[in-house]
Every structure is written in C-alpha cells, then in structure tokens.
Ligand binder design. Structure first.
Ligand code: ZN
Length: 152
C-alpha cells in the first residue's frame, strides 16, 4: 500500500481518497494568490494595513492544499486591529506570529479535507480554533481570536 508524506497508509486510488499533498510557501509582500475561502484573488502583506491584504492564505481542495505565509523575515506580519470583533477581548491589537498564521491556515485546510473539529460549523470557525490552539500553547491566558473575517 502507498504511504503518504507522514509514512501513514494512503488509500489514494482505492475506495477512500486520503489527501496527502500540502505545500507551504513563504512569499514576499505583494504576492498575488488565490484563496477561495477569503474571496478569491488576494494580496499577501501585513495584517491591518490595507483592506483585503493578509499575511496568510490557503487554497485547498479534497486532495491537495497550498498555504502561503508572508515572509516575516522581511516584512512584519502586522496585527489584528481592535474594534472589529476579531479578538476576544477586542480591546488591543491581536499579535501575530508565523505559527499563529500557519495554525489559522492549517485550520482551513483541515476543514477542506473533512478533518475539521465537529464543533466547527464552517471553514472560518475551524481556522479560528486551530489559530487559538497556537495562541493558547504560547500563553494560556492570551486573548484569543473571535472570528475569521477580512481584516480591515
Ligand atoms: Zn481565515
């Protein structure tokens, strides 16, 4: 039997299709990518600067996924501005790290692959849950992400 990238049995080509292609790319600010979960064509860049610009994006289907993360060594990831209901509490900017951004996008991929949390009603909720996993690993008392929306 074939093995996926994690060395686990893969049923691809048999009755059950197991997704096993996940490609992550670190890209410079200004890169145009396709992210169907966030409105289609979007631009990678610092959060909280320009409407529609985001430091992370993903493009998934049932058998593969591509994640894009802003190159944080050259451009700040930015932060989630308070006052838009993005964070709980929503009184201070939501800080971002590469792990937080990656956790969020993995949540979108996980949902697209049918492996999301049973409690997640949609891809955005699953992305927020995985993002908050990372936030809580870093600091159990940190503010958490409240919802997944376009960053103003
Ligand atoms: Zn999202």
């Amino acid at each position: 039997m074939a093995k996926n990238h994690a060395g686990e049995p893969s049923e691809k080509g048999n009755k059950v299709s197991v997704p096993d292609f996940l490609i992550s790319s670190v890209v410079p600010a200004g890169t145009q990518v396709t992210d169907p979960e966030h409105g289609g064509a979007i631009t990678i860049g610092a959060a909280g600067t320009v409407p529609g610009v985001t430091p992370g994006a993903s493009n998934s289907n049932s058998s593969s996924a591509q994640i894009y993360i802003l190159d944080w060594t050259k451009t700040s990831l930015g932060s989630l501005p308070p006052g838009y209901g993005l964070m709980d509490p929503d009184t201070a900017p939501g800080f971002l790290t590469p792990g937080i951004v990656l956790g969020h996008e993995i949540g979108h991929v996980q949902y697209a692959w049918g492996k999301g949390s049973p409690a997640a009603l949609n891809t955005g909720q699953n992305a927020v849950m995985r993002e908050n996993d990372v936030r809580r690993w870093m600091d159990p008392n940190a503010p958490v992400r409240a919802r997944d929306v376009g960053i103003p």
